[in-house]
Design a protein around this ligand. Sequence first.
Ligand code: AMP
Ligand code: MG
Length: 410
Amino acid sequence: MQLFEKLIEYRDAERLVLENTFRLPVEEISLEEALGLVLARDLRATVDSPPFDNSAVDGYAVRSADAEVGRVFKVVDEAPAGRPAEKSVGEGEAIKIFTGGVIPDGADATVMVENTSGWGAEFELKKAAVAGQNLRVAGQDARKGDIILREGDRIGAPEVALAATQGYGELPVYRRPKVVVLSTGTELVEPGTRELVPGEIFDSNSFAIVAQAREAGAEARRLYAASDDANVLRKAVKEALETADVVVTSGGVSVGEKDLVKSTMLDLGVEQVFWGVKFKPGKPLYFGTRGETRFFGLPGNPVSAMVCFELFVRPALMRMTGREDRRRPRMNVYFDDDVRNEFGRMHAMRVSLERTEKGWRAESVGAQGSGLVSSLTKADALALIGPESKGVRAGDPVEAIVLREEVVLG
Ligand code: AMP
Ligand code: MG
């Protein structure tokens, strides 16, 4: 058994994780899969958009010089979207046209059918038209060669739309991290498979961590380990290290006799960056690297595992995809009463938030035990109380990490 050599401060742990994490290589990804990722190159328009002058309305294409009220036009052809007219528009002539139809030669305006006597071989114009009316001019959205999106832009629905208008079937992005998640612990039972016998509990961490990783934009999968047997663990971690950008384990990382994660890592050539943080919940957190792979050994207590993921793993995943700016929002909150901190380390306290005229009021969700998964469903934010045993006074500003943005956005 080993004891912690040296506990580091929460802020140092946070910094060390980011200093040892880098953007993943650029990959072309299909337009359908690109949502939420970050563009790795500037994107240029490959064509004028729209590619041709077309009608913004259903009606008739005419020469604006002819388009006075009361004039009767002869309809000589039609131009539905996707099928340009064969004829051109001469004096006193019109071509029936629909939204998106190519403006025929000779025409310089379209009139809405509502402003005519209606559909037919002839029609009478009820409202005068001017040149350019109801036309969507080629290139008005983007001109061929223009930069339409920039490196670093986050791909949301509008960016997907714009790229599609330019014929991009794939986009260059910083690759989505591949995360492999393993639970350790002989007591763990796969939910949905059978009932518990005394001493057992259901594995919740691996599901929680996969959910957190996916929410952070990673590709995540579970790998079965659920054991405290060194060989089982070693085999699973070895497999994980070969395929993953990030390996996350839960449990077995403290100073108990069955805590095999750290020695297994050492065995497999993972270089330790730190082990042990002056932080609650999550003191035994382990972080190491092997080549391009990052390894996080999260504590087994479910709240510790999830909070450590939030504060250490999530920022790393964000950095890997170029989304450092998409960290959880941080803001100052206050408490109505003094808050003590008897732990001698930074306490990330689960709190609910309420907007008041004085700002955001935080309140503990209740008992802060590291096994209380239900407490996390009530937490809007983590209020950082500390460092060391520093508490906070009623009304003083306290930094909080907002977990539920919807609460703050209203
Ligand atoms: P450990 O860090 O392995 O000593 O585990 C600390 C506590 O967390 C113990 O009560 C474990 O039973 C519990 N625990 C560990 N892993 C999991 C898991 N995957 N799901 C739920 N609870 C767990
Ligand atoms: Mg364990």
